[in-house]
Design a protein around this ligand. Structure first.
Ligand code: GLU
Length: 487
């Protein structure tokens, strides 16, 4: 066991986004690769943005992908509690220390004043920060009531100099202090801001590596100021590349689902999803696409994380998912499908599916589906006595309804005479019939495909007939003949 400790600290403000979970995965892989710990923390200090159930969705997404945590809000750990709203006392204490030591100050400016100020500033400046009006108030000159009147606490950012730090992915990064604001660390409701809570928790939870999305890069100099003013040892920083749509724009809903749980609903396998996410910004080498979880853990390193944006390519995910599906055994795929349908019951299938029957069907479709969601419409004909189709669908090219009836009548006696109703025997008998008749193979088999499956493109016919059973096939043919006669 090493002393490496990384964390994934989502804010429960919405669905677990693909980018968030990619961050979680990289942290987890890094921890597992280094035999370190992966910590889950809840950053719920922005009370206005809280969304009911959002943290549960985060946990569900991580569990679905097999990203298990070593310490966290639900299982606890050495550094309890792991939910920021339960740690307010610690932040207040640190904020008081920072004020006492002259690194932070109370700001009494009203919201009205701040928005007036911003409005004025925005006319002439591109960066609109706080004008530092309260920075030099001498608290000893205020009476207690005034000192404790409504206020926030701001960090006293140095007005000159710069922050230089080494990012494990980006190399040396520099920020001019003058461009940093006197940012708020404690809000008037007593809750810390992200900056303070994040630093305090990373420090107290002994985090060694902070690995987060690129969008947080500009927060890092602020965090470094807090670490320095408290004389705290800093973790190492690594900012992961942004995830972009194929057209290099920001990934959004219009490029497909952005919530990870949506991908589960669409029928992707967790192992394919993990493989796909791992490749968003990291690679094993120039060509390998399929990398299973144990190989990911063994080979993950920050050295191979790229600086430039990672392109999200849904075709690659579909391809990978197909590859992982085809690698499953029949029993495994049947089990996955049953579990998937339990969670998302498809309207095409009955609620209770016989698993033994399903195991016979699965080999017919495993190479034909890209997602678990593709399966139900392809196999619903095994679970109904009468499939639906348009009358014209049976009218194969070059045939009249009279021909169709003629074919079905001949097939009726042919099929009824097959004793051993196995796919290879069915195939031989039907092909013999075609050879003796004036019809083409495509026409005859096309009719059967439509009346048995209702589909224009379906799983293999003879194997399907074997599973459907002789009685079923005979009765479908005879009822189709009756229907044709009636019309
Ligand atoms: N709570 C932040 C988020 O929602 C965490 C950022 C960080 O990792 O520092 O992503």
């Amino acid at each position: 066991m090493s002393n490496i400790r990384v964390r994934y600290p989502p804010s429960p403000t919405g669905e677990p986004h693909l980018g968030n979970i990619r961050t979680a995965l990289f942290n987890w892989l890094f921890a597992r690769n280094n035999k370190g710990k992966f910590i889950l923390r809840v950053e719920d200090t922005d009370r206005n943005r809280l969304v009911q159930g959002a943290m549960e969705s985060q946990l569900e997404a991580l569990k679905w992908l097999g990203i298990e945590w070593d310490e966290g809000p639900d299982i606890g750990g050495m550094y309890n509690p792991y939910t920021q709203s339960e740690r307010l006392g610690i932040y207040k204490e640190i904020s008081d220390t920072l004020i006492k030591e002259g690194y932070a100050y109370k700001c009494y400016c009203s919201q009205e004043r701040l928005s007036e100020m911003r409005k004025e500033y925005s006319k002439t400046q591109s960066v609109v920060g706080y004008d530092r009006k309260c920075r030099d108030i001498d608290l000893s000159k205020l009476n207690k009531a005034d000192e404790n009147s409504l206020h926030v606490v701001r960090f006293k950012t140095p007005l000159e100099g710069k922050i230089i730090f080494d990012d494990l992915i980006r190399g040396e990064v520099t920020f001019e202090n003058i461009l940093l604001d006197d940012f708020v660390i404690l809000k008037s409701d007593g809750f810390p801001t992200y900056h303070l809570a994040n630093v305090v928790d990373d420090y107290y939870m002994k985090i060694t590596h902070v690995m987060r999305a690129e969008e947080w890069l500009s927060s890092t100099p602020k965090h470094i100021h807090i670490y320095n003013s408290l004389n705290w040892k800093m973790p190492k920083f690594a900012h992961l590349p942004i995830i972009l749509a194929p057209d290099k724009s920001k990934l959004s809903k219009r490029h497909g689902a952005t919530s990870i749980l949506e991908y589960r609903k669409l029928g992707y396998l967790p192992e394919a999803m993990v493989n796909f996410l791992a490749k968003l910004g990291w690679s094993l080498d120039a060509q390998t696409e399929k990398i299973d979880i144990s190989k990911l853990i063994n080979s993950f390193s920050l050295k191979k994380v790229s600086k430039s944006g990672a392109i999200f390519n849904i075709d690659k995910l579909n391809w990978l998912n197909g590859v992982y599906i085809r690698e499953l055994s029949t029993d495994q795929l049947a089990y996955r499908l049953l579990a998937y349908w339990k969670l998302f019951p498809p309207f095409q299938l009955p609620l209770n599916i016989d698993s033994e029957l399903l195991k016979r069907i699965v080999p017919l479709i495993s190479s034909r589906i890209k997602t678990l969601n593709d399966a139900a419409p392809l196999i619903s004909y095994f679970f109904t006595n009468k499939v639906k189709y348009e009358k014209e669908q049976i009218l194969q090219k070059g045939l009249t309804f009279y021909d169709v009836r003629d074919i079905l009548e001949k097939l009726y006696s042919k099929i009824i005479s097959i004793d051993n109703f196995k796919s290879d025997i069915i195939e031989t008998d039907l092909r013999n019939y075609v050879a003796e008749s004036n019809y083409k193979t495509g026409q005859v088999l096309g009719i059967l495909r439509v009346i048995f499956t209702g589909l224009d493109v379906a799983p293999p016919l003879f194997e399907s007939m074997e599973i459907l059973g002789k009685n079923h096939c005979v009765s479908v043919i005879s009822s189709t003949i009756s229907d044709l006669k009636a019309n």
